[in-house]
Structures are given as structure tokens and as C-alpha cells.
Design a protein around this ligand. Structure first.
Ligand code: ATP
Ligand code: MG
Length: 352
């Protein structure tokens, strides 16, 4: 039986992951796919229990599993630890690197029911349907970093190999080919050498995809265009840090960061998690929106298990619940029916 390593982690991770598991189990009851879900400690919770954010047993389980479902890691309790030991660095970056998860996929689709929950006007966002592919194991976050003395200074090295650029760009072309056939590569080629290199490699890969319309955009302009006219985008591809920033920005187009799912892939092997963090401000209060995690479960069925029908069933159940006017606090407007985390999970199950 295929295995899913379940890593709830910290803060709201403990509340949202169980809802996603319930939904996955429900959608699979009528299917031939059986998944074995097994839970492992990660993040601050693992530091408290085992002394480190990514225990060897957890890492081994993730390496062995067919897919990983992650909640979130980190919180104020562990913020004073030295950077390499912190949950975000040790667990999240550690897992991405160890599993070779070089491609982070974040779909941003405006669900009609949420057009008024968006940070932008309905007219601007109502037809938003885009996907951001973020390179996840290279660039500044993984480059050499350090301090210097006299005068005191710090540095982070930005480096990309040809192979690293090529594989993410290729996946972006493949993704665009199956959608509206438009790819926008985001860089800062007017000032960064890594970006000029990124463009060269992208142009080379493009030769194999004549049916896809390729454009290039500077990242500062891309940030502006995403809030000015998100409809213009189909697939965006970009390096690690630019993608981190642009996807948080893009999450607000679709109503709340609590709606944004993500898949981090290395072929069929994938780690699935909401794009948001552990939200310590609302943790333990049954207030968190579980939909980003539930939708991440749908991505798991799609990318790791090729179960498109079941993935869509989850996505449709989520739309149905929102169409019926149910909201968690992060999405609520006066007059909405406000649900807690568990009750939102119940509503999605009922809609399934
Ligand atoms: P990270 O560094 O892990 O990305 P962060 O500091 O950027 O974390 P988040 O944990 O993503 O922050 O939270 C940012 C804000 O969004 C907080 O106010 C939090 O309460 C809210 N938030 C995040 N996720 C959710 C959710 N699922 N439901 C409701 N609100 C959320
Ligand atoms: Mg963040």
C-alpha cells in the first residue's frame, strides 16, 4: 500500500492536517487507491520531543514514503535558536533538500464565491487562474552564507547551475502546454548575472516548445502586474526567493493565504503543504482555515497518485462549501456563516 508520511508540525499545523486527512480518506473510500497515513514529529514539536527539528526517523520515513503531507513548522518559542537549528531552516529547507524537491507549484484561482474576499476589487481578480512554479532548492536560500569582520558585514551567495534552471523551466513549459500555453519567466536580468543565465537557459529550453508563448518579466514589474491585472498570467516560473515573495502576494488575490495549496515535487515524489505558516496568533483556537491544506491533499492525489477525478472531487467540494456561504474567519465578511477549523472540515466532508 502506498505510504503518506504525515507531518502536522507546529501551531495550526496540528489542527489543519487532521481535516485534510479526513477529507482524503473520505474521497478514497469509493476508489481503488488505498493510502497508509502515518504521523511523524517535525519542527518545534520535534525539537521539544527529540532535540531536533528533523529527527532521523522522520526524514527516513519521508524518504521512504510516496508522498508527504505537512502542516507548518516554527513559532515564537523556537525563534531564539541559532538559525541552522530553527524549524524553518532545519525541517523545511532540510526536507526540501534531502528529498530533492526542486519544483514548488502554487495554483492561484479565483473561486467565484470569494471574489469579494480578495484584497483587490472583484473586477480585477474575478478571472484569475494562474500557476506559479517556484524553484525550491537553489538560489540565495541554499547558497553559502556567512559573516565578515572589520567592517562587520554579512553575505548570502546567489548561485544557479544550468541543470537547476533547466529542470524547473522544462516543467513550467510542460505545465503551460497543458493549460493556456502562456509562460512568463520572472527574473531581474537587468542587474543579476544569475538572471541573465536563467534567461539564456530558458530560451534554449523554449526551442522544444514552439506552441508555448514565452515572455520575460522583471520581478519588480511582475509584482506590480500581479496586483494590476492578474488575468494576463497563465504560468509563471521563477527562482526561489522571487517565487517566495510573489506567491505570498498572489495568495491574497484569491482571498486569503489560508486558501493557497502547494506541491513541492521531485518527479512523482512530492511534499504537500499549505503556503502559509504556523500562524501562532490563532493556533489552538479552532480558527484556522483548513482549506489550503485540504486543497494540498487534492494536489497530492493529482501529482503523486495520478488520481485526477478524486482531486477534482475535493476541489469541487471546497467550491461548493464556499458557494453555500460558509467561511472561516480569515475570509469572512459581515453576514457570512463563520465556521471553525473542524466545522469547515465537516462542511467539506458533507459536500463530498
Ligand atoms: P512563515 O514564515 O512560516 O511563512 P509567517 O510569519 O509568514 O510564517 P503565517 O504563519 O503564514 O506567517 O501567518 C501570517 C498571517 O496569516 C497570520 O496573521 C496568520 O494568522 C494568518 N494565517 C495564516 N494561515 C492561516 C490560515 N490557515 N487560516 C487563517 N489565517 C491564517
Ligand atoms: Mg511567510
Amino acid at each position: 500500500m502506498p505510504k503518506v508520511a504525515v507531518l502536522p508540525g507546529d501551531g495550526i499545523g496540528q489542527e489543519i492536517v487532521p481535516e485534510a486527512i479526513r477529507v482524503l480518506q473520505a474521497v478514497l473510500t469509493d476508489s481503488s487507491l488505498r493510502l497508509e497515513f502515518k504521523e511523524y514529529p517535525v519542527g518545534g514539536a520535534a525539537i521539544d520531543r527529540a532535540g531536533r527539528a528533523l529527527p532521523a526517523e522522520t526524514l527516513a520515513a519521508c524518504q521512504e514514503a510516496d508522498a508527504v503531507l505537512l502542516g507548518a513548522v516554527g513559532g515564537p518559542k523556537w525563534d531564539t535558536l541559532p538559525a541552522p537549528e530553527r524549524p524553518e531552516t532545519a525541517a523545511l529547507l532540510g526536507l526540501r533538500k534531502a528529498l530533492g524537491l526542486y519544483a514548488n507549484i502554487r495554483p492561484v484561482r479565483m473561486l467565484p464565491a470569494l471574489a469579494d474576499a480578495s484584497a483587490l476589487k472583484r473586477e480585477v481578480v474575478q478571472n484569475t487562474d494562474l500557476v506559479v512554479l517556484r524553484e525550491l532548492t537553489g538560489g540565495l536560500y541554499f547558497g553559502e552564507k556567512g559573516r565578515k569582520q572589520n567592517p562587520p558585514a554579512a553575505y548570502d551567495l546567489m548561485i544557479y547551475t544550468e541543470e537547476e534552471v533547466e529542470r524547473i523551466v522544462r516543467l513550467a513549459f510542460e505545465t503551460a502546454r497543458l493549460r493556456r500555453k502562456k509562460l512568463c519567466s520572472v527574473d531581474k536580468a537587468n542587474v543579476l548575472e544569475t538572471s541573465r543565465f536563467w534567461r539564456e537557459v530558458t530560451l534554449r529550453v523554449a526551442a522544444a516548445y514552439p506552441e508555448v508563448e514565452l515572455t520575460h518579466m522583471y520581478v519588480d514589474n511582475a509584482a506590480m502586474q500581479l496586483v494590476r491585472d492578474p488575468e494576463q498570467f497563465d504560468v509563471l516560473v521563477t527562482e526561489n526567493m522571487f517565487g517566495d515573495i510573489l506567491t505570498d502576494l498572489a495568495s491574497m488575490l484569491s482571498g486569503s493565504i489560508g486558501m493557497m495549496a502547494s506541491a513541492s515535487l521531485n518527479g512523482k515524489k512530492g511534499l504537500y503543504e499549505p503556503a502559509h505558516g504556523s500562524a501562532p496568533d490563532i493556533a489552538g483556537k479552532n480558527l484556522a482555515n483548513p482549506l489550503a491544506t485540504i486543497l494540498s491533499g487534492a494536489l497530492m492525489l493529482r501529482y503523486s497518485f495520478a488520481r485526477e477525478k478524486e482531486a477534482q472531487a475535493i476541489e469541487q467540494a471546497v467550491s461548493k462549501v464556499l458557494d453555500a456561504g460558509y467561511r472561516t474567519g480569515d475570509l469572512a465578511k459581515p453576514g457570512d456563516k463563520v465556521l471553525g477549523t473542524k466545522e469547515m472540515g465537516d462542511a467539506v466532508l458533507a459536500a463530498l
